[in-house]
Ligand binder design. Structure first.
Ligand SMILES: [Zn+2]
Length: 512
């Protein structure tokens, strides 16, 4: 970037002043390996080599990082490496307060069974409920519960009608076949209806065929802790034995238990994790455009360790997605060497939690360090390094916005890259909605997905650096760099195709 190359001596000279005033600032980042500044006449992407890509993937996919699960020490090591690299290249932290880290809550929690206490109050009197004997609970509740019970006739089909604000929705819950896929889905539907109608909890009355042993097992199963993104507790569901419900309601009232329920379902936090997204930025050079952002994303997490295959338990995730991660750092490196930064700001987001359901990207757009309306485009790189399809980059989402033709045009002008930018080869798989670009599209930011397809080592321990075609990955990183520069320097921001946007709105079910 401009200022750094023009005044390196000045920034060095400033260091002793800070020492004298007793402050201990972090030293200015000064790139150790920067070539002479790349002029706007040159191709900045030419600095990206197969060796550069290989070296980055080699580390990110190493056994030491243990498959970069979210959350894990391996993920933290990947994040520290990425933040360190961006810092060394002279980028700014792009998260809040100039930090390179945006951390998001991902707590492991469940109901604190030992502290759960609930009492039913029906026509026949009070009945206290004991976990394991009379009830199983899932989710948790802030504060105390004291709510009217309202029986909901339907177990299938119609959603709850009208508001149940502050009430507890009561459902009959036939479970003669046990806790299986259909009953799990029924529980989910009933809780979904209850939550959507404003109820504070759902209460599911089990039929009498559920034995004491089954209820005990169900209690342990439902209370087992799970990871939750954010600060909201999972919706509380209370499964009550038919006997206990009958005691409170009077046998004849079943399943129409009416009355009240009071008590507590406190939460137990088993692990208070806050995994990182790493966010780095190259500030735009045009005062009129620098508050617009071209956002590149690639998930740095993978699935951690798992089922051994040939004795190997570490799922290295070299293609998925050390490859896209490395491409982002190389793009940052190439642009950082330019003698003038692009007009718009360029943001590099290394998200976590992709493998858990695109969580880090979801958190990023919902808690963005700058206005979402100012993000003009997203290109997401996920799995661009496998040694299959040597010369093909599948650019998914081309027909949705002006970004598609732009990337095609750049690729056509760069025959030395030897790449074919293919349309989506697998539209039936809906990959456009299955990686991190989804969350940018949800915010109606024009997006593209750089991808080279799934393969035999997809989510298997053999997705190692040996499986990578570093030359292909480097050529894709170069195309990414040139695409970003074009978007960042264009007079106009990218635009959706109206039909593409309509489809995205329908399928994401949300907007800004
Ligand atoms: Zn994956």
């Amino acid at each position: 970037m401009k200022a750094r190359f023009l005044v390196p001596l000045l920034s060095l000279a400033a260091v002793p002043l800070f020492v004298f005033t007793g402050l201990q600032p972090e030293p200015d980042p000064i790139p150790a390996d920067a070539p002479a500044a790349i002029s706007s006449q040159e191709d900045p992407s030419a600095v990206i080599t197969a060796e550069d890509m290989y070296n980055r993937i080699y580390f990110l996919a190493s056994e030491a990082l243990m498959g970069r699960d979210t959350p894990s020490q391996g993920l933290e090591a990947a994040a520290a490496y990425l933040a360190s690299e961006h810092r060394r290249l002279g980028l700014e932290g792009g998260a809040e307060d100039g930090s390179f880290y945006q951390r998001w809550p991902y707590r492991l929690l469940g109901p604190d069974l030992a502290a759960v206490s609930l009492t039913l109050e029906g026509d026949a009197g009070h009945r206290s409920l004991e976990p394991g004997r009379d009830m199983a609970v899932r989710g948790a509740l802030e504060g105390t519960l004291d709510a009217e019970l309202v029986f909901v006739e339907s177990t299938e089909g119609d959603p709850v009608e009208g508001s149940m604000e502050g009430q507890v929705a009561v459902f009959a819950f036939p479970m003669s076949e046990g806790w299986n896929q259909p009953t799990r889905q029924m529980a989910q539907r009933q809780a979904g209806w209850a939550a959507a109608s404003g109820a504070v909890a759902s209460l599911h009355i089990l039929d009498d065929e559920v034995s004491g042993e089954d209820l005990e097992a169900l209690t342990q199963q439902l209370a087992s802790p799970g990871r939750v993104m954010g600060w909201d507790l999972p919706f509380p569901q209370i499964f009550v034995s038919g006997t206990a419900a009958a005691d409170a309601a009077g046998a004849s009232a079943l399943p129409a238990l009416e009355g009240r329920i009071a008590g507590e379902i406190p939460v137990e936090i088993h692990d208070d994790a806050h995994p990182p997204n790493v966010v780095a930025m190259i500030r735009g050079s045009d005062p009129d455009l620098r508050d617009e952002y071209v956002v590149l994303s690639a998930h740095m997490d993978h699935v951690g360790t798992g089922q051994p295959m040939n004795g190997d338990t570490i799922y290295n995730g070299a293609d998925d997605n050390a490859s896209g991660t490395a491409a982002l750092v190389e793009t940052a490196r190439a642009i950082s060497y330019m003698d003038e930064a692009p007009r718009r700001s360029v943001v590099f987001v290394h998200v976590s939690g992709e493998e858990k359901g695109l969580l880090g990207a979801s958190w990023f757009v919902d808690n963005a360090p700058f206005p979402v309306e100012q993000m003009v485009a997203n290109i997401n790189a996920d799995m661009i390094g496998s040694d299959t399809h040597t010369d093909t980059l599948v650019v998914i989402g081309k027909e949705y916005s002006t970004l598609g033709p732009l990337v095609d045009e750049i690729n056509d002008s760069m025959p030395e890259l030897g790449l074919v930018t293919s349309d989506d080869l697998w539209p039936e798989q809906r990959f456009f909605y299955r990686s991190d670009q989804y969350n940018f599209m949800r915010m109606e930011i024009p997006s593209l997905f750089f991808f080279t397809g799934v393969h035999e080592c997809y989510h298997r321990p053999c997705d190692t650096v040996d499986f990578i075609d570093p030359d292909k990955a480097a050529r894709i990183a170069r195309l990414l760099t040139l695409s970003v520069l074009e978007i960042a320097n264009a007079d106009q921001r990218p635009e959706w195709d109206p039909a593409g946007l309509a489809e995205v709105r329908e399928l994401t079910g949300a907007g800004r």
